[in-house]
Design a protein around this ligand. Sequence first.
Ligand code: FAD
Ligand code: SF4
Length: 564
Amino acid sequence: MAFDAIVIGSGMSGGIAAKELCEQGLKVLVLERGYDIDPAKDYTDMKMPWEFPDMNMVPQEEVERDYPVQSQCYAFNVANKHMWVKDSDHPYTTPEGKPFTWIRGYHTGGRSIMWGRQTYRWSDIDFEANKKDGYGVDWPIRYADIAPWYDKVEEFIGVAGTYESLPQLPDGKFLPGWELNDGEKFLKAAVEAKFPGRKIIIGRNANLSEARPHHEELGRGPCQNRSICDRGCSFGAMHSSLTSSLPAARKTGNLTLVTNAIVHAIIQDPATGKATGVRVIDRVTKVGKTYEAKVIFLNASTIPTATILLQSANEANPRGLANGSDQVGRNLMDHMYALSTAGILPGAPMDSYYKGRRPTGIYIPRYRNVTEDSDGYVRGYGYQGGAMRMTGKGMAGGPGTIGAEFKEGMHKFGPWMTFISGFGEMLPNPENRVTLNPTKKDQWGMPLPHVDCAMGPNEHKMVKQIMADGKAMIEAAGGKVIAQASEPGPLGLGIHEMGTARMGHDPKTSVLNKYNQAHEVPNLFITDGAAMTSSACVNPSLTYMALAARAAHHAVQFLKEGKI
Ligand SMILES: Cc1cc2nc3c(=O)[nH]c(=O)nc-3n(C[C@H](O)[C@H](O)[C@H](O)COP(=O)(O)OP(=O)(O)OC[C@H]3O[C@@H](n4cnc5c(N)ncnc54)[C@H](O)[C@@H]3O)c2cc1C
Ligand code: SF4
C-alpha cells in the first residue's frame, strides 16, 4: 500500500506531525506499535477512588515481576497500569552499575496520555548555548526560526500561563493561567525580595483553562480541576494526541492509523538514497509487512528512533541509516530530576486555605548563568513545586490517636508546607549512548536497545547548587527545611530523554539539518526528542511538537517543489 507520508509513532510529536501533514493534503499513514486506546473503555477518570483495589497501589509481587522500571514513575498506579509497558515484555540492557530508568507507554497517543503537561518554550539562551560554551554542536536554528511554530502549537493544544517577559522563558499564546495559592504567593514575595533575579510563576500547562471554538470542534471541553489527568481525560481538557492532534488529523479524511505495527526498519533505495517505505512486524501475529510512502517522519521517541535507524543498516550504510556521522544513538540526555527540598512555612497566612485541586504547580525559571552566576558550571536549572496546607493523617494526632479525636484531627488544617524540585540541564556527551545489544533479542526478533548513560562533572557540580539554592529559597521565606533529596533520581526518570539523532549544520557531526531532515536521506524527517542538540532545563515536549509542525510544513513544500 502506498501513502504520501508515513509517521512512525502516534505519541506527542507523531500526533502533531500527522495533523500537519494531513491538513496540508497528504494521505498519511500513522504506524503505532502498541494497542489502540479507546477513551470510552480505557480512560479511568470517571471511576471513584474506592473502585480501585489496594488503594490504587499495584501489588508488590506484580511490580517486581512486570513493572520494576515503570513503577518508579510517580504517576504509575492501578488506575493507569495499562498505559505503561510491561517491563517483562519489553526488556533493554544497561551496563552494570549504570541504570537508566526508561519510562514508556506503547499505545495510541504514546506518553502524551500520561504526561505532566508542563509546557515551556526554549529561548535563544538555549539555542545558542552549545555555540557559546563549546559543548556539543551548534543548533542550526535559533528562537526566531521556531517561534511561529510555538505559536501555532500552543494555540492548537491550549496552554494556560501568565505573561512574565523573561528572556530565558519566552511568553507564548496563552489561555488564562491558573492562580498561585496564598502559600505560594507568600513564598514568591519572600524569594523575589531576597533574590531579585529569581521569579516564582504559575506552571504553564497544556490544560484548557478555557475551551476555544477550535478545541470544542474536536470535542474538547474546559478543565474540571480534578488533577487525575494521568488516567486520561474524558473531557479532552488536557492535550494528548488521542483527543487533540489525531482527531484533528482524522477530520481531514487523510489519516490512516494502523496499530500493533512495530516498525523494524526503514527501507532505503540504494540508487537514490531516498527512503521508500518501512518494514513492520505485527505485534500480535508477528507477521511482517511493508508500507511505502514518499516521505517518512520518524517519531517513535528518542531511544526507539535511534534503534530503528541502527536496525535499518544496509549494504551502503553498515553503521545504520543516516549515520555517516556515527552520531546516531550518541549524546543521549535527560533532565536531572527528583532534586527536591521540602519545608514548612510558619509565616504564611494561617487564616487562609485553599480548597480543591489544580492541574499545575509553581515554576521557578532558570536564573543561574542568566541573572546570577554559577559556581563553576555551564547552563542551569529550574524548579517545579507547590505549597499546600498540611491536612489529613499528618494532622490527626500522634500514634494511638483514635475515634473522635482522630476524626477531628483529620479535618484540621496545619501549617503551609512547600516543596521545590530542581530540573537540571544535562550536557550532550557522545559517550552517553544507545546501541543495539549484540546478542540479546526481543520476542519479535529485534536486538534489545542497550542504554549506556551517566552524569558528568558539570551535572555533579550543578546538583550541589540545586540543593543549596532550594534550601536558601525556603529559608528566605522564614521556612524550616524538613526533607531534602541527597542525590538526583536515576537518569531516565526525568522522562525527558533526547538527543540521539541531533540537528546540526555539518553532516559530519550531526544527523539532521535545520529542517529536521536527515542529511543523508532527504525524504526522512525526525522530529521527536532524538533531534535535540542540547537539553535546556525546561520540559521539552512543546519543542518536539513545534519542530514537528515546522518540519511537516517544509516537507510538504519540498515535495511540491520536487526536491524530495
Ligand atoms: C509521567 C510523565 C510525565 C511527563 N511530564 C511531562 C511534562 O510535564 N512536560 C513535558 O514536556 N514532557 C513530559 N513528559 C515527557 C513527554 O511525555 C515526552 O517528552 C513525549 O511524550 C515524547 O514524545 P514522543 O513523540 O517523542 O514520544 P511518545 O509520546 O512516547 O510517543 C512515541 C510513540 O511511538 C511508538 N513507537 C515506539 N517504537 C515504535 C516502533 N518501533 N514502531 C511503531 N511505533 C513505535 C510508541 O508506542 C509511542 O506511542 C512526561 C512523561 C511522563 C511519562
Ligand atoms: S484535571 Fe482537567 S485535564 Fe485533568 S483529568 Fe481533570 S478535567 Fe481533565
